[in-house]
Design a protein around this ligand. Sequence first.
Ligand code: NAP
Ligand code: G4F
Length: 386
Amino acid sequence: MSKVALITGVTGQDGAYLAEYLLKKGYIVHGIKRRASLFNTDRIDHIYQDPHVENRNFILHYGDLTDSMNLTRIIQEVQPDEIYNLAAMSHVKVSFDTPEYTGNSDGLGTLRILEAVRLLGLIEKSKIYQASTSELYGLAQEVPQTEKTPFYPRSPYGVAKLYAYWITVNYREAYGMHASNGILFNHESPIRGETFVTRKITRAVSRIALGMQDRFYLGNLSAQRDWGHAKDYIRAMYLILQQDEPDDYVIATGITTTIREMVEKSCREIGLHVGFKGKGEEEKGMIIDIDGNIFGKQVGDEFIGLLKKRIEKDKNIFLEVDPKYFRPTEVDLLIGDATKAREKLGWIPEYDLDGLITDMMASDILLMKKDIYLRNGGHKTLNYFE
Ligand code: NAP
Ligand code: G4F
């Protein structure tokens, strides 16, 4: 008999990778997607199965973490062996604008799932994975952060996730549920949401290299993050639910990098050497030199002339700071110690930061080139603004 998994947030970055991974393992995968006025299933269209196909193993349900009855009905229908609760309003900056909604979906949403499992008598059957986060550490009390480091969240998102973390622990202790937290540090990929900083950088650098844009704007360049690849991190989620005993695990690479260095590395990946001048809100990023061999290979010889001309004319500023991206309270430094996950789960990441950047830059260069081809062919392309 195939195992049955239910994934909330299946249309998101992690949900899409996890669904694909579990399908390959022979699972029947159910996913919860939200109703939207436009199609919102881009990330899972390649594994979509038409409802008219018999014996489907990938089934989507409309639902929302703010709707208990909907969640309870879906869990009753699906009778999952494993529930991966990945749905969330996951943008830290946006959570300052929508704090109540964030608390409702990210905090209470977790309670709704735990309580549905309990009320439906599925405690013995359904194992639960809760998508906890390094944002719990916020104003970090210890470096590096482990499962024992005290939490100090710094945003409505972090505080909502703190509730979700503890209600998961509480249901485990109170009712003996197999409910576990993965405390995942930042993880990225070519399908990362476009407004998270890594993807914002790889998209903008690609567009600048191709002559589609002159400059872009970021917030705090000095914040430090421990970035891994989402493909490695969804494997950790799966491993956590294969354990006999529920527990909480830090998933991280153990290496931290500033946003500034992330910009430098993304540029270097395609042969652009960049520098920075000024401080704080006045800081600017400049293109200093181009390595023609690397640029030609990664971007294309036909695009180098335009960029060179730009540097000659001293219009080489490509990055500025816009305080609108600052957060009311910032998380300055995250770096995780995943020793427990390595020792107990046998989790070893396959990607390092350079591998992640190579993957993201190659994908975004290709994506932006598609727009150039469409425009050259007389077609309209879409513009997305933050
Ligand atoms: P993501 O790309 O933003 O995906 C979030 C998913 O949740 C999307 O499918 C979204 O639907 C769905 N969603 C949002 N609000 C919902 C609601 N009220 N009801 C039902 N679905 C809802 O996030 P991700 O990067 O894959 O992250 C997955 C989870 O891990 C999240 O809980 C996030 O907070 C957590 N996390 C992420 C990281 C990271 O670095 N990526 C690190 C630690 C923890 P739409 O597609 O319709 O928007
Ligand atoms: O990419 P970010 O928006 O990710 P953040 O805030 O660390 O949150 C992500 O990781 C968490 C795990 O630690 C998840 F729980 C959460 O769901 C999400 O996936 O910002 C990273 C850093 C911040 O310090 C931010 O201030 O980049 C800085 N930053 C600088 N300029 C920017 C920008 N962030 C964004 N989004 N946009 C900017 O222009």
